[in-house]
Design a protein around this ligand. Structure first.
Ligand code: NAP
Length: 247
């Protein structure tokens, strides 16, 4: 029998590495995708079934990724995790930056979903999870393109759930809160940001990549067989409360 395959983008760092490790532990063959160009940039678990170096901004790579993953087995799960931050308020955002952030965070998820859907439809089974953000749901200063891309992912999730639920495919999203990764390392050194986020997170700490990976694994499992079109926050309660914990 062919193994179940999970495609995980942005797997060379942070949340993506944790997701790849979790799927491996759950018995999937993992197709890890990242733009990292040197072998040492791949910090994925040694047992990862296949690595593919690809820049998801390249519109041609989605088909290549889907084909390479299909060669490993049946693609049961697609995790659109790769993303970039660094956006600014609208008045300070140039066209290039807007287009790049929207394309990597949203366009690549659309293209890769389109590439794997025919195989999932044929088998009548599959699960797609987009990694969105709490900043796609709650306004925050200085992050226009990023927030727009993540809000659009939540919309895409609902739309895909409606279109492909009848074909046996579930599509959900996870919206992480403040998770300790390379993406947030610099932000966490800013005391204002740190205070603002941590003081309004009821559990009073940052999250770990594996805590996001656990929810992604749940969404792709049979335990989530009736969960479809949802965006689930993994944020220690930040979005639900923005509770002032201290100060
Ligand atoms: P990270 O540590 O920066 O890791 C992201 C990985 O994706 C990196 O290896 C990155 O490569 C890769 N990547 C970026 N653009 C790519 C492209 N065009 N093609 C291929 N690979 C690409 O980020 P993270 O914190 O793990 O975040 C993962 C996802 O969670 C992102 O979608 C992010 O928006 C979302 N998220 C994170 C947080 C958080 O607190 N960390 C909160 C909410 C949402 P480079 O290193 O070369 O960029």
């Amino acid at each position: 029998m062919k193994p179940r395959v999970a495609i995980v983008t942005g797997a060379a760092a942070g949340i993506g590495t944790a997701i790849a490790a979790r799927f491996l532990a759950d018995g999937y063959a993992v197709m890890a995708v990242d733009r990292a160009t040197r072998p040492e940039d791949f910090r994925v678990e040694p047992g990862c079934s296949a690595f593919l170096q690809a820049d998801l901004a390249d519109k041609a790579v989605a088909g290549e990724i889907a084909a390479a993953a299909s060669a490993l087995g049946t693609v049961d799960a697609l995790i659109n995790n790769a993303g970039i931050g660094g956006s600014r308020p609208v008045a300070q955002t140039d066209d290039d930056s807007w287009e790049k952030i929207l394309d990597v965070n949203l366009g690549a998820a659309f293209r890769l979903s389109r590439a794997v859907l025919p195989g999932m439809i044929e088998r009548g089974k599959g699960s797609i999870v987009h990694i969105a953000s709490i900043f796609g749901e709650v306004g925050y200063r200085g992050t226009a393109a990023y927030a727009a891309s993540k809000a659009a992912l939540a919309g895409l999730t609902r739309q895909m759930a409606a279109d492909y639920g009848p074909a046996g495919i579930r599509v959900n999203a996870v919206a992480p809160g403040l998770i300790e990764t390379a993406m947030t390392a610099k932000l966490l050194q800013d005391p204002t940001y740190r205070d603002l986020m941590l003081n309004s997170t009821p559990v009073g700490r940052t999250g770990k990549p594996r805590e996001v990976a656990g929810v992604v694994a749940f969404l792709c499992s049979d335990d989530a067989s009736f969960v479809n079109g949802e965006t689930i926050a993994v944020d220690g309660g930040w979005r639900a409360t923005r509770m002032k914990v201290s100060g």
